[in-house]
Design a protein around this ligand. Sequence first.
Ligand code: UD1
Length: 423
Amino acid sequence: MSEHFDVYGGARLEGEVEVVGAKNSVLKLMAAALLAEGTTTITNCPEILDVPLMADVLRSVGCEVDLQGDTVRITTPAELSYRADTPAMGKLRASVCVLGPLVGRLKRAVVALPGGDAIGSRPLDMHQNGLRKLGATTEIAHGCVVAEAEGLHGAQIWLDFPSVGATENILMAAVLAKGTTVIDNAAREPEIVDLCRMLQQMGAQIEGAGTSTLTVHGVDELRPTTHRVVGDRIVGATWGFAAAITRGDVTVRGVDPHHLDLVLEKLRLAGADVTTFDNGFRVVQPDRPKAVDFVTLPYPGFATDLQPFAVALSAISEGTAMITENVYEARFRFIDEMKRLGADARTDGHHAVVRGVERLSSAPVWASDIRAGAGLVLAGLVADGVTEVWDVFHIDRGYPHFVENLNRLGARVERITTSPDRG
Ligand code: UD1
């Protein structure tokens, strides 16, 4: 069976949408449950494909995992397997986050190389260098990261780049190391803060969460906890862009608007009226958006995950926008799909120049990753005719109830299932 979305152009999104926990947090929190024997409960989980995949990864090392609606219960046994090489590992990037906890707890791990979005080169050198500093040996062998240590000890670690995944893996190994670890140039994303909070509730001693220096005082053991996942700022921002692109009026609940300060400022510059409240924000776009430049950077910079939406917005804005991609070089592949929809764009290395056009025109397009897929759907909402978006399994990996939410906001998007013989 193959699935695509038919996206009917001419929509104006209006209404309220609720955002649940962040994909890029819940998967790491699930991995953190490996650090403590007993049952850890995680609430506000998104119903997306990656959560059951991560559950399979945890089961493969010996955990029991129970998924009920928005709650995941993980029971971690005293005896864990150090080998995480189930096929589920290859289907998502976050699977590599079991490396740190397994090395931290067992001093040994064999972890299949992760999969995930094809958005450019995604090496693991910083993860491995961090583990080496903590006293482990590590190599890539037979498609797996292999790591082993007699014991882990605290260390001073400087990251070349504030990598989200490397910060998480090193942090989760360091919480059970002997002595103090300092991670400098650490990632500051809200999802890292969320992980630090959960680890702290489990008994870890971490200072500096949300800053670029994380100090971890190792402890002998951690205890299970109950934790609510932070709201998904990327999904929240997607709805903000959807409002701006369709000249709509959308209220987003369930996300801390401070996690989107820069994004909301960009939407204001594009001409939107943006108001914020405790756990959300409202974007009203009265007129055609104005072109705004975007530069992707680690948090608190403009997230690379939001770059496709910046391109989609620029494609229909008045004026010319320059978009600079500093994190994942292959993300501009999305622009080729946007050109099928009539976008006037060209790329040169890290830069894309997008000249806004009045109208996009529908075409069949292919999602290459989660955010590119969602970006194509938003572009389809303002293209003449019906845009077919293919390979929508990418979107299902990151957006819970995407089609239902779009239709509730006034769009017309249909999920079409085709059997292979009907092509
Ligand atoms: C996470 C997010 C992803 C987001 C990205 C950047 C998850 C599951 N995914 O991915 O949605 O786009 O952060 O915000 O949370 N790098 C190295 N060596 C390493 C590690 C990373 O060179 O050892 C490079 C990468 O190639 C990339 C940059 O560092 O250019 C950022 O990667 P990183 O922050 O690690 O991204 P992920 O954690 O994989």
